[in-house]
Design a protein around this ligand. Structure first.
Ligand SMILES: [Mg+2]
Length: 255
């Protein structure tokens, strides 16, 4: 197996499952880090700040600085800065998105925005949706963090940001630009940050439709692990195959 400079890990279903670590993955990450390779953690979750995500990982025995955590809020803020420089932004979202916008010095406004950004907001109200709808109908660009329509909690599956993007797409008759996986933007920002060649990066994840497709679309190697959402039988029927299909990261050869 090839050695890579940058190992990019999905989180839920790859490093942990809900509140339980996946020990084979935690061991693998630790070993890579001891050998001097770079490890990145990539999540579509835009609600948590990087510091909160770092703390969660530490609780599972995974050490990382915040610079090696990439989420769809950071990617959306960088995308906004790159493609809509100087724009004012109306935001629906939580602390993670707000912090990411502040880090890029993006001006948040509640009136006449140039851009509407939408991430998961567990305090969402009809009023917020109505204001965003009116702004988009008035010509504001419409962007979202991620398209996941549902996500798992201890009590079962609940609506994700993708469900609200659908609602807004219907109401505004406008399709949002979305930066989360399976779009390759988060990988692109990691590549820029570390100045890697595409052949020096690999994406490791459990979800074919988000993780593996993001890697394939970006043109880097991918490793599917059967520890999360997509069953291995389903992966094997896909036309575009991951570079590696593993039952867990314990299968990765030691040297
Ligand atoms: Mg996952």
């Amino acid at each position: 197996m090839t050695q890579y400079k940058a190992y990019c890990f999905d989180l839920d279903g790859t490093i942990y499952r809900g509140k339980e670590p996946i020990t084979e993955a935690v061991d693998f990450v630790t070993r890579r880090q001891e050998e001097g390779y770079e490890t990145y953690f990539i999540t579509n979750n835009a609600a948590l700040t990087r510091a909160a995500q770092q703390k969660k990982l530490a609780g599972f025995g995974v050490k990382t600085d915040v610079e090696h955590i990439m989420n769809s809020a950071i990617a959306l803020a960088r995308y906004c800065k790159q493609y809509y420089a100087g724009a004012t932004v109306m935001m629906i979202g939580e602390e993670g998105l707000e912090e990411a916008l502040e880090a890029e010095q993006i001006t948040i406004t509640s009136e006449n925005p140039d851009v509407v950004l939408m991430g998961l907001d567990r305090q969402i109200t009809y009023g917020k949706l109505a204001e965003a709808c009116l702004a988009i109908r008035n010509g504001a660009h419409f962007l979202g963090t991620n398209q996941d329509v549902k996500f798992p909690t201890e009590r079962g599956l609940v609506p994700g940001n993708g469900s609200f993007l659908h609602l807004m797409e219907v109401a505004t008759e406008t399709k949002p630009i979305v930066v989360g996986k399976p779009e390759p933007h988060m990988l692109q920002f990691i590549q820029q940050q570390g100045e890697y060649g595409k052949d020096e990066m690999i994406l490791i994840g459990d979800n074919y439709d988000t993780d593996i497709l993001a890697g394939i679309r970006y043109g880097i190697d991918t490793a599917y692990v059967a520890t999360g959402v997509t069953p291995v039988e389903e992966v094997l029927t896909k036309e575009l195959q991951p570079t590696y299909v593993l039952s867990s990261l314990a299968e990765w050869p030691k040297k």
